[in-house]
Design a protein. Structure first.
Ligand code: PEP
Ligand code: MG
Length: 923
């Protein structure tokens, strides 16, 4: 025997050592040691499994140890292994450190043979059951331990039923089953060349090896791959040898499963089912319908008392809701297994708060036991939990929540039909800033292109609307107003349902359940805020978004993207005027109108967030995003030219036609009349010049603004430098809005943030604008306005120069969407549905870096920027406003590197609040 200790009796195994004993084994030890009634048994360690797998034989001395342990079990159970009168039967159960339900093997009723069956009949008084147990045991053992396919046994079973005219297994008599057991043993003999092992110790040895082998079975390997279970999380399976107890020994016996609290609602009441005079298989086979445990109080009051005692002791020991299995053998309750109960989000939140109030756990434990991501279930509408329909297609889960509506293919129709009260889903290849008015009216957005940080995804998240992006299976034909998904063609007006939490798209309307922000959730998040060091801000662009984010507990706005305000239908023409202006005066006139509008926007947001900071980002996207595309303009211009040319041709129709074919001439003349009436209006109103000319002018501008790589082109601060009047207008609007609020007695904290900064000089220039305008506004409004000035860090160079940047910047905000794109040189629009999935599948990358912050690359840049920035300005406020700001693991990292705040979309604020508290608690 080696120095390793392979065998641990339930009385002595370390209940905390799940790596060694497996989850089930550790819990059986722990339950035994706290005095719960567990059938006697022992655990063979995962180390023994690994040694077995390495050498392909059981470790030396293992079976001697098993023999000694079995002697102890015999003593404790008062039964004897292999005895014909009072036989001890055992189960041989797998169990690794991570729960892998049903993925490895387990053998029941081991120890049965032609002699011990007599004892089982005597013990249970149930001949039929004993023969059934033996034939099941031979089949299970034959399959798992000896590798004989089920079909051989099934064929014998079918033949037997046919022979005796039995419709189901339950119709077979004890005699039939005894006969079958003999036939099964003969099948074993035929396939292995050896008789079925009658010796219980031989059975045990073969079964232990078989359970060890099941660790490397296909099912188990696939499961570990799927759920990313690494050897560090679970390595090998333990084997639990447990005395069999029987729930079918009469009306004082039974079996059941329970939860210490209701896993659906969290209500503090035992929840579960049981069957009198039955074995676990009966529950599984569905032969009899189990009863709710509440009925046990009447039916078996003494057992019910034991059950409630078990429930209370399980909860007070584990300080967690337990999911347990029990068997009652002749009036005695045994606990066969326990594990932490899996609950939905509602139940998790409710039990967390109630268990603190009951003083069962403290607030720290309450906060740590809820997975922040699960809160999403409570914050957005979900598909009805009992819906299992087949999706038409699956894209990226870009913004959570479910929504149904009629398909529309453009933002204008979305706006019109939405305003008319219809529920609609905006379906586009990809969305552009000018589609924003369609978003406002849509229930949800579906795109066939773009990733999770695409325009559609980011805007939808900000608005808290469901979005499925990059659903490449959908081929959209805008002209035909239809979309094709495989065999299905969808037309404008057809109803679909999208689930932005899973990326699935369904035909028709699927029922949904509404979000519920319960009082318990409020309480839990209040506790979270008391603990967390990181502040949680929201990304919000309108007063409505801001108010909603505040209701979710946002402690300010970390990112207000001002371009969103430029895109509504009433403003876009003014923005276009500004872009198309040929003189400074023209541009200024447009800017003046925008100033009034923006000032009102900012005032609305400041009011919604009174008392809290609001970080406004100056204009970021390239100018051409506010103009139609060249292709669209070319099409429209060609159409107008065609119209004009047709009229001209008709006007010049030779008079000779009148002579040759008066009827045909008349038809032409009528057509001409109609057209010229249209044309007259066209001409009278100078539409010809106005429309065609204007479109041609825009086209010229679009061509001039066209860039090969617009995301790396003339945008962000570069625009602010080349068109100082645009940034100046925005800065003035922000400061004046703050001054107006201050005069109304509102406390506001405006912050101005510059996007895409790469050099210190860029930041200094814009800082200069702010300082100048700050003075002007304070003077003209006669009131002090506090304002902070800061920079986005979303360009690699800016991170490297952060020490100098901090001379001007009072705060930094990491734009990790762009910073990730820049660090990897992956396009954030294309990577996610092109090569990233295969990168993740083949292990080149562990995660999608646009979702989970890339700590080794982007994270290192962030660390450096924080350290260098704070060397210059120790009180530098640093946050994150990329999409990672709402991702729990990324929030942990932000906490670790000392950020001041995270900023995320409104509905993710509660998730981030909890994650921020957990980051502090786990420190
Ligand atoms: C970012 O790049 O992370 C960011 C917040 O800016 P945007 O997504 O608007 O480019
Ligand atoms: Mg950015």
């Amino acid at each position: 025997m080696t120095s390793k200790r392979y065998i641990h009796a339930f009385e002595e195994g370390d209940g905390k050592n799940k790596m060694l004993l497996g989850g089930k084994g550790a819990n059986l030890c722990e339950m035994t040691q706290i005095g719960l009634n567990v059938p006697p048994g022992f655990v063979i360690t995962t180390e023994a499994c690994l040694d077995y797998l390495e050498k392909d034989r059981l470790p030396d001395g293992l079976m001697q140890g098993v023999l000694a342990a079995m002697k102890e079990v015999e003593k404790k159970s008062g039964k004897l292994f292999g005895d014909a009168k009072n036989p001890l039967l055992v189960s041989v159960r797998s169990g690794s450190a991570m729960s892998m339900p049903g993925m490895m093997d387990t053998i029941l009723n081991l120890g049965l043979n032609n002699s011990t069956i007599k004892g089982l009949i005597a013990q249970t008084g149930n001949e039929r059951f004993a023969h059934d147990a033996l034939r099941r045991f031979i089949q299970l053992f034959g399959k798992i331990a000896l590798g004989i396919a089920d079909e051989h046994f099934d064929a014998a079973m079918t033949a037997m039923k046919r022979q005796v005219g039995a419709a189901q297994d339950v119709d077979l008599s004890a005699e039939n089953l005894a006969d079958l057991a003999n036939q099964f043993a003969a099948i074993v003999q035929k396939h292995t060349g050896k008789p079925f092992p009658e010796d219980p110790y031989e059975q045990l040895e073969i079964a232990i090896a078989a359970v060890f082998r099941s660790w490397n079975g296909k099912r188990a390997i696939d499961y570990r791959k799927q759920f990313r279970i690494t050897p560090a999380m679970a390595n090998g399976t333990a084997v639990n040898i447990v005395t069999m107890v029987f729930g079918n020994m009469g009306d004082d016996s039974g079996t059941g499963v329970g939860f210490t609290r209701n896993p659906g609602t969290g209500e503090n009441i035992i929840y579960g089912e049981y069957l009198v005079n039955a074995q676990g298989e009966d529950v599984v086979a569905g032969i009899r319908t189990p009863k709710p445990v509440a009925e046990m109080e009447q039916e078996m009051p003494e057992i019910y008392r034991q059950l409630i005692e078990l429930r209370n002791r399980l909860e007070s020991h584990y300080q967690e809701v337990q999911d347990f299995e029990f068997t009652i053998e002749r009036g005695r309750l045994y606990c066969l297994q326990t594990r932490n109960g899996k609950m939905n989000a509602r139940a998790l939140v409710r039990t967390s708060v109630e268990m603190v109030k009951e003083e069962l756990i403290d607030k720290k434990r309450a906060l740590l036991r809820v997975d922040p991501v699960m809160l999403e279930q409570l914050l957005v509408p979900q598909l009805a939990p009992d819906f299992y329909g087949k999706p038409l297609a699956t894209g990226l889960p870009a913004s959570p929540g479910a929504a149904s509506g009629r398909i529309v293919f453009d933002a204008d129709t979305a706006e019109a039909r939405g305003k008319a009260g219809e529920k609609i889903i905006l379906v586009r290849e990809e969305t552009k800033p000018e589609d924003i008015h369609g978003f406002f009216q849509a229930q949800g957005i579906l795109t066939s292109r773009g990733g999770k940080t695409s325009h559609a995804a980011v805007v939808a998240r900000g608005m808290g609307k469901p979005c499925v992006s990059g659903c490449e299976a959908i081929v959209i034909n805008d002209q035909a107003r239809s979309a094709v998904i495989g065999e299905t063609t969808l037309h404008e007006g057809d109803v679909i349902t999208i689930d932005g939490s899973t990326g699935r798209v369904y035909a028709g309307e699927v029922p949904t359940v509404e979000a519920t922000f319960s009082a318990e959730m409020e309480t839990l998040l209040k506790w979270a805020d008391e603990v967390a060091r990181l502040k949680v801000m929201a990304n919000a662009d309108t007063p409505d978004d801001a108010a909603r984010a505040r209701a979710f507990g946002a402690m300010g706005i970390g990112l207000c993207r001002t371009e969103r305000m430029f895109n509504s239908t009433d403003r876009l023409p003014i923005v276009q005027e500004m872009i198309l202006a040929e003189t400074t005066e023209e541009r200024q006139a447009a800017l003046d109108r925008l100033l009034t509008i923006q000032r009102a926007d900012f005032k609305g947001i400041f009011k919604a967030m009174k008392g809290l900071p609001v970080t406004v980002r100056l204009l970021d996207p390239p100018m051409h995003e506010f103009l139609p595309t060249a292709a669209q303009l070319e099409l429209e211009i060609a159409h107008l030219h065609h119209m004009r040319d047709s009229i001209k041709a008709l006007e010049e129709l030779p008079e000779t036609l009148k002579l040759l074919n008066p009827r045909l001439y008349q038809q032409y003349a009528d057509g001409l009349n109609k057209l010229s009436m249209g044309m007259k209006e066209f001409k009278d109103n100078h539409l010809e010049e106005d429309v065609i000319h204007k479109k041609e002018k825009i086209l010229k501008k679009v061509r001039a603004l066209s860039e090969v790589n617009p995301m790396l082109g003339h945008r962000g601060v570069r625009l602010g430098i080349t068109y100082p009047e645009i940034y100046s207008m925005q800065i003035q609007a922000i400061l004046e809005a703050a001054a107006l609020c201050a005069r109304e007695g509102l406390v506001v904290y405006p912050e101005i943030m510059v996007p895409q900064v790469a050099t210190v000089e860029e930041l200094k220039r814009i800082h200069g604008y702010v300082q100048r305008l700050h003075k002007v506004v304070e003077l003209t409004h006669g009131i002090n306005v506090g304002v902070k000035f800061g920079s986005m860090l979303e360009v690699v160079r800016a991170c490297l120069r952060s020490g100098r940047m901090a001379e001007d910047a009072e705060f930094f905000s990491f734009g990790t969407n762009d910073l990730t794109q820049a660090t990897f040189s992956f396009s954030r629009e294309d990577a996610e549905n092109k090569f990233l999935p295969s990168y993740i599948e083949t292990g080149i990358l562990q995660d999608n870096p646009f979702e989970v912050l890339d700590l080794k690359g982007v994270g290192e840049l962030m660390k450096l920027a924080v350290t260098e920035g704070r060397k210059t300005r120790p009180d530098l406020k640093v946050g994150i406003c990329g999409e990672h700001g709402g991702h729990p693991a990324s929030i942990h990292f932000c906490h670790e590197i000392g950020l001041t705040y995270v900023s995320c979309s409104g509905p993710r604020v509660p998730i981030a609040r909890l994650a921020a508290a957990q980051a502090q608690l786990r420190k």
